[in-house]
Ligand binder design. Structure first.
Ligand SMILES: [Zn+2]
Length: 422
């Protein structure tokens, strides 16, 4: 999911504020022990987030610097350090025009290049002292040992492959190590979970060749966003385990972006991993009252989501005006949040719990979708990553299990995908 405007991160002290108020002394002592234990786990674990969005051409420039604690970003290198996060897959997300034609494919290719350049600018020119581009599973630990953040690349939406299989190799050479086969619309590769009506009935014939080529190169196949039929087709065809880079559990919230228990069990048999998403509306459905309140607020402020073309055509002044308005909008949403609460850290961890119960501890990880709509109370940016660990500890997970969730499971899949390479 994409947001047109980045929301300033809230300095949420979810755990502390929820425990301090009149908590007995022994409760506080226990919470402090949990925090210390979480800090220790983060020191030794490899902690990875499989899905974070980035802006376009402005990302990794002085206008949007991920090397400082940037209020416009939920994921930046400072917040990662603060929260004990070692690595992140940045998404080369590309939208699509409805037409699956050469004009659209060419524009998408160019849009993908802009984002690849932004990531390379980050790791090679802007902050090579703080982070490094990693292109292999073993490279992650090496990077972490040097004290740098590991930056990986995933492509979100196979649309920019067009009909040219050789572009997969090109993207691989630029550092991409997974491709989410579709976004929220059907593309030339497969059906998406978004639209009601199917287009191909799963993977297209070309999509089958994309899966084979990704297997051949050693790229992870990402089934977040694809339709159920596509999911089953991919699992049957892929020679290597697959990932769902940012999805939740249908059993807890029936949303097209989530996986059913049957899919979770199949993912486990496949050896793959579901990376639980931290995007509120995937985790918990909005109540009708909340939806109504949101609509009324939009109406009152005259706030509408703008199309990309409109945004690009704005003057600096108009842009500033719009950002200001969006700031007001976000402030007012807080009132609605208080009245009709959305998903929070506990609900996020409920999804982890459920996935572990159904698929097993070896098949669950974390993919936040920060800066693409992700972020919930208690885990609103990377500086709050330890809160997740504390909540897992509170529910009885061992350090070993938590290390699996935070990164070892994803690294295992990545290694297997590398091994299956021809
Ligand atoms: Zn997405």
């Amino acid at each position: 999911m994409k947001r047109n405007w980045t929301v300033p991160a809230l300095a949420t002290t979810f755990l502390v504020s929820s425990m301090c108020a009149a908590a007995p002394v022994e409760d506080q002592a226990r919470e402090e022990r949990l925090l210390a234990e979480a800090a220790k786990i983060h020191q030794h674990a490899i902690t990875l987030d499989s899905h974070v969005d980035i802006g376009g051409a402005r990302y990794a420039t002085s206008e949007m610097d991920p090397g400082i604690e940037n209020p416009r970003l939920k994921c930046d290198l400072v917040k990662m350090s603060k929260g004990g996060m070692d690595g992140v897959f940045l998404a080369v997300y590309v939208g699509q025009s409805p037409a699956l034609d050469e004009v659209g494919f060419k524009a998408a290719y160019e849009a993908a290049m802009v984002k690849f350049e932004a990531v390379h600018r980050l790791t090679e020119q802007m902050h090579p002292d703080k982070c490094t581009l990693v292109t292999s599973a073993d490279g992650v630990r090496k990077a972490v040992k040097t004290g740098k953040r590991a930056i990986m690349i995933g492509i979100e939406n196979g649309y920019p492959i067009g009909t040219d299989l050789s572009l997969i190799r090109k993207y691989y050479d630029l550092g991409a190590r997974y491709i989410t086969l579709s976004h929220s619309g059907h593309n030339q590769i497969c059906d998406s979970s978004g639209p009601e009506q199917p287009m191909h009935g799963g993977l297209s014939e070309f999509g089958g060749r994309v899966v084979a080529e990704m297997n051949r190169l050693g790229m992870m196949i990402d089934v977040s966003h694809v339709s159920e039929k596509t999911f089953w087709n991919v699992l049957r065809m892929s020679k290597a385990p697959v990932i769902a880079s940012h999805s939740g559990c249908t059993a807890l919230n029936s949303h097209d972006r989530n996986l059913t228990d049957e899919q979770l069990r199949a993912l486990a048999r496949n050896g793959g991993v579901i990376q639980i998403v931290a995007l509120g509306s995937f985790l918990k459905a909005d109540s009708p009252e909340r939806r109504q309140a949101m609509a009324a607020l939009r109406e009152e402020l005259g706030f509408q989501r703008l199309r990309r073309q409109d945004r690009q055509a704005m003057s600096a002044e108009q842009r500033e005006q719009m950002e200001k308005l969006y700031g007001v909008f976000q402030e007012r949403i807080k009132e609605i949040d208080d009245k009709y609460p959305t998903a929070d850290l506990k609900i996020f961890v409920d999804h982890i719990d459920h996935a572990v119960k159904i698929a097993g501890i070896d098949h669950v990880g974390i993919g936040t979708d920060f800066d693409g709509g992700g972020g919930i109370r208690g885990f609103n940016d990377h500086s709050e990553a330890r809160n997740v660990t504390v909540e897992l500890l509170r529910r009885g997970y061992s350090a070993k299990q938590i290390r699996k969730i935070w990164g070892e499971n994803l690294l295992r899949v990545w290694r297997q995908v590398e091994k299956a390479r021809e």
